[in-house]
Design a protein around this ligand. Structure first.
Ligand SMILES: Nc1ncnc2c1ncn2[C@@H]1O[C@H](COP(=O)(O)OP(=O)(O)OP(=O)(O)O)[C@@H](O)[C@H]1O
Ligand SMILES: [Mg+2]
Length: 447
């Protein structure tokens, strides 16, 4: 078990080095010994499977300098310091700075072996955890579809089932619910993954642009069309065309798109040429196109053509069980991105997670995680505490609150005028005026 973790020994004293190496080898450890810190350092990376045992007093780089250099390479690498007579103070400091242990010379073999054994076990766990995390990350790749609720399990199963078919898919879901993630996974999990994933946002482009973007054009097809242009439909040949916000597609374009879907051919603007195309279309809509009241000007025939398979992503508020997992994922991602530690979560964050409605769905949750990591999440849901007697007018309630705030500030500052004024941020005269008006006696608050 511990033999897999190597002990890296650094000591300039050849006799001591040999003796220590022997002690550790007798205890069953593999030892790699160095006579100076620089040589050892040059062979160390964050992947080093070892722990370090180093003497402090050495010519050149000493043990403490080595320790701080190692910390920069891998803060989780255990370092055990061997200290001489006068070094205890320094060693204690090093311990506070994160050294694993220090052992004062002369030491009993047992003392060293025990410390090394614990350090090796700790190292083994760290490395194991890292490996697990890496595995999870690479398996989930850069675009995970996180969620363990039955709804998400079903969604994943459906995606797997249809990814490899060529069927066109309509993805429906509220903003931020993961429509683009689903479209991308349909492409990546399917056999078209070697082709292009070409996305076009039908809501972002003016009507005049969208057609030449989609179908392409010949030079002179319209004013301003100087060069020939290959459309996105053709670009997606062999791959997937993702039509985002399809509900915003202009009516005239819808007619042409229907033809593309039915005939599997495209006619670039300004040509009579028909080119066969081989693509899968995935369309995304924020509204329920099946509902005539939401469909608006969207053509029913195009809807039926797209609706061969519809994947509906439920809004986050209908799968609240996924919130903790998603939040934890985004929290770790944000911590990494902003180079911060994952913070302990204040109670109001937990409360917000469980009580908020998440109209912006997963995207909103991801942003909330980022704000939390940056310490910017605020207790927005905190209701204003209002203990005013019922039936008072707003100005009277304000008065009531003002008096309460002043009393609180006085109590917090034990009646100290200067500090209370500072805390309230008001001039001295105003302060005394208010005391009088609210009949507050400052001396009541003196310690
Ligand atoms: N199940 C999920 N697991 C992990 N990340 C997710 C999941 N669902 C969505 N996300 C992330 O949330 C963000 C929003 O997702 P996406 O862009 O797919 O939403 P959308 O439905 O296309 O939104 P919009 O309608 O506003 O375009 C993205 O950063 C995406 O990676
Ligand atoms: Mg989107």
């Amino acid at each position: 078990m511990s033999t897999a973790i190597e002990i890296i020994l650094v000591d300039d004293d050849a006799d001591l080095r040999r003796a220590t190496q022997q002690t550790l080898e007798l205890a069953g450890f593999a030892v790699r010994a160095f006579s100076n810190a620089a040589a050892m350092l040059s062979e160390t990376t964050a992947e080093t499977r070892g722990i370090v045992v180093t003497d402090i007093r050495m010519p050149g780089m000493d043990g403490l300098q080595l320790f701080s250099r190692l910390k920069a390479i891998d803060a989780d690498l255990p370092v055990i310091l061997i200290t001489g007579h006068g070094d205890i103070q320094m060693a204690v400091q090093a311990l506070q700075d994160g050294a694993y242990d220090f052992i004062a010379k002369p030491f009993a073999a047992d003392r060293l072996v025990q410390s090394v054994r614990r350090a090796a076990e700790k190292r083994r766990l760290v490395l194991e955890n890292r490996a697990l995390r890496q595995m999870a990350e690479s398996a989930g790749d850069d675009l995970p579809l996180i969620g363990q609720t039955p709804a998400m399990e079903r969604l994943r199963a459906t995606l797997r089932q249809i990814a490899d078919t060529d069927v066109d898919v309509l993805v429906a879901g509220e903003t931020g619910s993961g429509k683009e993630v689903v479209a991308t996974l349909l492409h990546r999990w399917g056999r078209r993954r070697s082709g292009q994933f070409v996305a076009l946002n039908c809501g972002a482009l003016p009507e005049t642009v969208i057609e030449s973007e989609l179908f392409g054009h010949e030079p002179g097809a319209f004013t301003g069309a100087q060069k020939k242009r290959i459309g996105r439909i053709e670009h997606a040949g062999g791959g997937t065309l993702f039509l985002d916000e399809i509900e915003s597609m202009p009516l005239a374009t819808q007619v042409k798109m229907l033809r593309v879907l039915e005939m599997r051919e495209v006619m670039p603007l300004g040509t009579n040429e028909v080119r066969p195309i081989d693509l899968r279309v995935v369309a995304a809509a924020k509204v329920d196109l099946g509902d005539p009241s939401q469909r608006g000007s969207f053509r029913e025939d195009l809807y039926f053509r797209l609706n061969v398979v519809t994947i509906s992503i439920p809004p986050l508020r209908e799968r609240r069980g996924d919130i903790p997992l998603l939040f934890s994922h985004f929290l770790h991602r944000a911590a990494q991105r902003f180079r911060r530690d994952v913070p302990d979560l204040p109670a109001f964050v937990h409360h917000h997670l469980m009580s908020h409605d998440w109209p912006g769905n997963v995207r909103e949750l991801a942003h909330y995680a980022e704000r939390t990591v940056l310490g910017l999440a605020e207790d927005a849901a905190a209701p204003i505490r209002d203990d005013t007697p019922p039936g008072l007018s707003l100005p009277d309630r304000m008065e009531h609150h003002e008096a309460a705030l002043i009393r609180q500030a006085l109590a917090d500052n034990a009646g100290d005028v200067r500090r209370t004024i500072e805390a309230l941020g008001i001039p001295r005269k105003t302060f005394y005026d208010k005391l009088q008006r609210h009949q507050i006696s400052r001396t009541d608050y003196e310690a």
